[in-house]
Design a protein around this ligand. Structure first.
Ligand code: 5GP
Length: 190
């Protein structure tokens, strides 16, 4: 997606060896025009699929998922909350996730009320690194007995393992921009 790639090259900032900060347009301040175009691009990529629900994870995924939902006939958005699941709770699906950016483990939690076995779910997230957030969401959808139509990612870091791990499980991954490498603080896109 050209507009997104231009924006990453113009305003993305490489911090640490392998983290891209896109706070000025995606993750902190939000550019609504860009979000609309991201959503339209997801619709183009998944146009032949009837999506009944969009699943993401708080916080950065929510706005992207909501914009995308407008393109998919207002399919409801469900976002996994990050917390500590009480293992005794029968009201929630939960899955343990290792956070790439924070280096800690948390539970992704979704109320059983909001996922149905008849759902055809599009998983959306802002970044794909080692795939742990998406795999947590996949696990939750499987617990609900629902179907996964595919995974939509805004920025994939192609040098990390996420895509391979998700594709190995048989799911389709669509990324709107793929980072090939960070070199001397610069972003190299595919
Ligand atoms: P994964 O679970 O695929 O290892 O990492 C994806 C999650 O970590 C995303 O939900 C995103 O919030 C965060 N993340 C991973 N890499 C980056 C990055 O380079 N920049 C930002 N802003 N977030 C990232």
């Amino acid at each position: 997606m050209e507009l997104l790639k231009e924006r990453i090259l113009k305003d993305g900032i490489v911090i640490m060896p392998d983290i891209l900060k896109v706070d000025s347009f995606l993750n902190h301040q939000i550019d609504p025009t860009l979000y609309r175009q991201i959503a339209q691009e997801f619709k183009t990529r998944f146009k032949d699929t009837k999506i009944t629900k969009i699943l993401t994870i708080e916080a950065s995924g929510i706005g992207i998922a909501l914009a995308t939902a407008f393109e998919f006939d207002d399919a409801p958005v469900v976002f996994a909350k990050k917390g500590t699941a009480k293992t005794t709770s029968t009201h929630y699906y939960s899955s343990k996730v290792h956070s790439f950016t924070k280096g800690i483990d948390y539970d992704a939690i979704v109320s059983k009320k909001y996922l149905d076995k008849d759902d055809n779910i599009l998983i959306i997230d802002d970044f794909l690194a080692n795939g742990q957030a998406v795999l947590g969401l996949v696990d939750i959808v499987k617990q609900a007995g629902a179907n996964i139509a595919g995974v939509g990612i805004v920025v994939e870091k192609g040098f990390q393992t996420g895509r391979q791990l998700i594709e190995e499980k048989g799911y389709r991954v669509e990324s709107l921009a793929v980072v090939e490498a960070f070199r001397d603080g610069a972003v190299i896109l595919k």
